[in-house]
Design a protein around this ligand. Structure first.
Ligand code: PMP
Length: 401
């Protein structure tokens, strides 16, 4: 089935060639259905939420809160109260660092992350550690790009308070065994945050099954607009969280003597939220549900295997990230060429790929490389696009000599 017809941008030409969009891990394209829903909000019921008795405000509030329920169901949360709207993955992690970890961790406590984390799952913890005197512990990976579980277990002690781990590596595609990680964490009484930025668009993520404490993702990677994201907080954790920002909507009652706070999730959504973003995210979830996340998963797996085989057959190419369990991301380098040059030449063929460190510089240091070229698929990509990419890549290699 041709899903590309749902995405207006995929009909465009780039540098005189039909666009081939292989940069989905950076951000996904948006279907007409999502674009229209945002348009419809601004044209027909633009209004602030939770504030007005008037018709428009009630409609906006209903759609806004309706999106929360859609997300609750999509990720298997027990209650829509466990869904907090954020700006994105980075925002969600920073909220947990400030709102939960800063009050729950003490000097000398430890947070475990892995070598493959995105900067947004490294730097907030570094800032926190500096502030409270906690320690960041790095769980190592093997050359295939998989966590070494025996080493991970050996790093856990009674000082470990939080494990913060990507579900899927944006650079390697590795799918981490988050359910096992949560089980190990629970035996040791530590909490777990899952960075689901790269898993949520690609396969079923169920917080009840994973049983994590926190989970974050960005709307823009799952066909919704930028500037909107989700922070899932297990209900048990709320009493340990202080407000992140103060302002409208997060309060019950304000006086100069004493202010009381609203209940979660609104306690953590101060100020006028990104209403159109929430509308768009709700529509994106509808769109994904209509196709079916398992179908999306199968289509992408097929593309991953097809492309991996073709890339491996090209001389001098090395793929970074050969995990047994992998999502539709392929990072590679070609001996002797800078990834930037490969990316620039492919752009001339209308192919959008990502080059550089992918916000995972410590991972680049692990492999002792400055960066990689990365292609990443969404379900709307096609095998014929991969064929064209392989031909273009071969041409680029010849051109670079
Ligand atoms: N974590 C991972 C694994 C990611 O891939 C990304 C985005 N590249 C982020 C975090 C940060 O997401 P955002 O920039 O949308 O906040």
């Amino acid at each position: 089935m041709d899903f590309q017809k749902d995405f207006p941008i995929l009909k465009s030409n780039v540098n005189g060639k039909p666009l081939i969009y292989f940069d989905n891990a950076a951000t996904s394209q948006k279907p007409k259905y999502v674009i229209n829903s945002i348009n419809n909000y601004y044209q027909n019921y633009n209004s602030n939420v939770h504030r007005g008795v008037h018709e428009l405000s009630q409609k906006a509030t209903n759609v806004y809160e309706g999106s929360r329920v859609k997300i609750q169901n999509f990720i298997g949360a027990k209650s829509s109260k466990e869904i907090i709207f954020t700006k994105g993955t980075t925002d969600g992690i920073n909220i947990i660092a400030s709102s939960w970890a800063e009050t729950q961790l003490n000097q000398g406590d430890e947070i475990i992350i892995t070598t493959m984390e995105h900067h947004s799952n490294i730097v907030p913890w570094q800032i926190l550690c500096e502030k409270i005197g906690a320690k960041l512990i790095i769980s190592p990976i093997n050359k295939k790009g998989e966590m070494i579980m025996s080493e991970f277990k050996s790093l856990i002690s009674n000082k470990t308070k939080l494990i913060s781990i990507s579900h899927v590596s944006n650079t390697l595609g590795t799918i981490n065994p988050v359910k096992d990680i949560v089980e190990i964490a629970k035996e040791n009484n530590c909490k777990v945050l899952i960075d689901a930025a790269q898993s949520i668009p690609h396969f079923k993520v169920d917080v009840s099954k994973i049983d994590c404490d926190f989970l974050v993702f960005s709307g823009h990677k799952i066909f919704a607009p930028t500037g909107i994201g989700v922070l899932y907080v297990k209900n048990d954790r709320f009493q340990e969280m202080k407000p992140y920002q103060g302002g409208g909507d997060m309060i019950k009652d304000v006086s100069f003597e004493k202010t009381t706070y609203n209940d979660p999730p609104h306690k953590f959504e101060a100020g006028t939220p990104n209403i159109s973003g929430v509308v768009g995210l709700g529509s994106a979830i509808d769109y994904v549900n209509k196709i079916g996340i398992d179908k999306i998963s199968n289509l992408e797996n097929d593309l991953l295997h097809y492309a991996t085989e073709k890339i491996e057959s090209i001389n001098k190419i090395k793929i970074f990230g050969n995990a047994e369990n992998k999502a539709s991301v392929i990072s590679f380098n070609i001996n002797g060429f800078h990834p930037f040059d490969i990316g620039t030449l492919l752009d001339q063929f209308g192919i959008a790929i990502r080059t550089g460190h992918h916000c995972t510089q410590p991972l680049m240091n692990f492999y002792n490389i400055p960066g990689t070229a990365r292609i990443s698929f969404a379900f709307y990509n096609q095998k014929k696009e991969i064929d064209y990419f392989i031909d273009s890549l071969k041409k680029a290699i010849l051109m670079l000599g």
